[in-house]
Design a protein around this ligand. Sequence first.
Ligand code: AAO
Length: 512
Amino acid sequence: MKVLILAMLLGLSFAQHNPNTKHGRTSIVHLFEWRWADIAAECERYLGPNGFGGVQISPPSESIVVSNPWRPWWERYQPISYNLCSRSGNENELRDMITRCNNVGVNIYVDAVINHMCGAGGGEGRHSSCGTYFSANRKEFPSVPYTSWDFNDGKCRTGSGNIENYQDVNQVRNCRLVGLLDLSLEKDYVRGKVADYMNKLIDMGVAGFRVDACKHMWPGDLGAVYGRLHNLNTRWFSPGSRPFVFQEVIDLGGEPIKSSEYFGLGRVTEFKYGAKLGTVMRKWNGEKLSFLKNWGEGWGFMPSDKALVFVDNHDNQRGHGAGGASIVTFWDARLYKMAVGLMLAHPYGVTRVMSSFRWNRHIVNGKDQNDWMGPPSHGDGSTKPVPINPDSTCGDGWVCEHRWRQIRNMVIFRNVVNGQPFSNWWDNRSNQIAFGRGNRGFIVINNDDWDLDVTLSTGMPGGTYCDVISGQKDGGRCTGKQVQVGGDGRAHFRISNRDEDPFIAIHADSKL
Ligand code: AAO
């Protein structure tokens, strides 16, 4: 009996590690600051047809509106209520998006901001995305409602009321993160309000959550909230499916709070992944691609089945959060495509692709003066739609990394090789590497300053394959380089260090 109960508990909690993706799809794309109407269209015209598993959306809850004089992206991390109107659209548009994305097999994951409400200095009035009244001064959010009783301040022991020292666990979890009013999640009432918010979204059809700022919440409190969550909507998910949970915990080592405290509750963001990969791609500190032979747990990362990984996120692509200067982003497009390609080819973790908007980056002494800039918007502060150009790229300042051929084709690669082992590793002891995924896919990367010219065992059945980086299979034809794999699985590769994209990838579905 005890064993059975234990197995049930484990089953219940570990179910939250499963992204619930459909049709063998494996990757999530973060459509940062996109409008719900644009995401709905993108699911139907692009994400569904190209095998994307799901979308991480920006926080849908009502937030403060900060205009000084333009609206920063980060206002959405300051909730005012759990009403579902935000800069991305209203509740009807949100519901329409969830329905339409689900109908084409693309999941929606909500960025849930449940650690706090707006900043203590947020003033009072109706400067909020649904025009709801609040008072940060009196800690009153009548539309939830929360009152001053629902915040942690009594438990915080710092002079400022803010987190001053990340070495002190009590501060990190009971004080205000950058001045944000810290909710008291130990209170049953607060847990109930948060769970109601998340359950409303689950009932609307979302597949799970990115939970913001988990380091700043006690794991026991989070467990109590997750325990109240409904199963997923059976219109799109099999009965008994639990919401996928991936928790934002920044653990680069060096602080007492560890990612592992959250493993039992769901997956956790592995921030070491992008920080280290950036260092390797940039060849800083003597790092080389050849050192990636034991990439993953071998590098001191968390277990693969607990990890959510990414090359960059909405914070560290602009110097917020953690990771620092090594993080590779769309600003370094050539390195970025290689880094994302490598991540998607490698079996470690659940992968998330970033999709950004451009801003006027202006770095002075290592700090981006414009790190606050919000999405492309009209004069009245409303977010602009995402226009699609004839060549399938995006206009109006939307970068759409997920539409770059090299990245989109590697999202497909990951689906094709899903479940296959990491195999046939090769390196030149420098920055040329290759590896396969069983007999389903193979990737070769040249990040050295000289040509790669080598014959390798690919593990693939003999035949002619189309490289999905320089082009792709189009009907029966290949628009890129071709790779001949012999009956013995060996193939010859040549990659100039001056190629536009110095890497090649082939997979079972790119066979001609
Ligand atoms: C805004 C203003 C603030 C103002 C506040 C309230 O910018 O000046 O005080 O409003 O009025 C986002 C923005 C914030 C913004 C906030 C609310 O980034 O600028 O504040 O919205 O509008 C910590 C948290 C982590 C958090 C990250 C940004 O642990 O959870 O800070 N990320 C999430 C979201 C993020 C959002 C929030 C949370 C809030 O993704 O977009 O903020 O909802 C150390 C710690 C980390 C800590 C970082 C940064 O990292 O370990 O836990 O992240 O510091 O404070 C090395 C170390 C590494 C260290 C890093 C930086 O790399 O190895 O551990 O240095 O020191």
